[in-house]
Design a protein around this ligand. Structure first.
Ligand SMILES: [Zn+2]
Ligand SMILES: [Zn+2]
Length: 229
């Protein structure tokens, strides 16, 4: 019994399908090799197709985007991760070249949209209040630590009395015991004040213990009384 044309076709189709299923990896590898070797041709062919079928391609792309938003997002994420440096370099370059243009544009936008910007800022603050406060606190702590380091770099990193050197225990001591009067002359912390006034004389580093001890012992840390005995 001889096969009909249809039967033979079906048989070949089935064989091809079976081959595809069992040789997936090889096929994918060959595919990849082909794409790598014929990159230019493929791109040209694609471009040609795009030029002649623009509307269909765009419609199809749009449909795909709507149908698979998670795939698109994943793709974008992958792309960003792979091209991050390139993108940032490009952005930087663009900003450097067009600095004045961008600034002028922003200025115009800001003056024309004052209310909108204020409303947006307020909305953002209200919806991110918690994070913003935590971030502000974190930055404040970091700034104060930095200021302390700058001041201690000048006045020393140890208590002048007991030689304690753990930074969290250290403070600034007013040698003439005029701290309360001095603090009335400015607002906020003493560290920025010292930096701003270029590290004047009359201050030294002490630990809180010695500082308080001195305050309660007529200007002399109890450590010093003990060492005299
Ligand atoms: Zn001390
Ligand atoms: Zn002491």
């Amino acid at each position: 019994m001889t096969q009909t044309k249809e039967e033979r076709k079906a048989k070949i189709k089935a064989r091809n399908k079976k081959y595809q299923l069992t040789h997936r990896k090889e096929i994918a590898k060959k595919d990849r090799q082909y794409r790598a070797a014929h990159r230019k041709e493929i791109l040209e062919r694609k471009h040609k197709y795009y030029c002649t079928h623009r509307k269909e391609v765009l419609a199809h792309n749009k449909q795909y985007r709507i149908a698979h938003p998670e795939k698109i997002r994943a793709m974008q994420k992958r792309w960003w991760a792979a091209n991050r440096d390139r993108q940032q370099a490009y952005k930087k370059q663009y900003l450097a070249i067009n600095r004045e243009k961008i600034h002028a544009k922003l200025k115009v936008y800001r003056t024309n949209n004052k209310e909108k910007i204020a409303a947006h800022k307020k909305q953002y603050y209200l919806s991110h209040r918690r994070e913003l406060l935590i971030e502000a606190r974190r930055r404040g702590i970091a700034r104060r630590i930095q200021q302390k380091i700058i001041v201690f770099n000048h006045y020393g990193h140890r208590c002048v009395c007991c030689k304690e050197k753990t930074q969290a225990f250290l403070t600034i001591d007013h040698i003439n015991r005029d701290g309360s009067q001095h603090r009335k002359t400015f607002k906020g912390s003493i560290y920025p004040w010292l930096i701003h006034h270029n590290f004047p004389k009359g201050f030294r580093v002490m630990c809180y213990n010695c500082n308080c001890g001195r305050e309660q012992n007529h200007g002399v840390c109890p450590h010093q009384d003990r060492s005299k005995k």
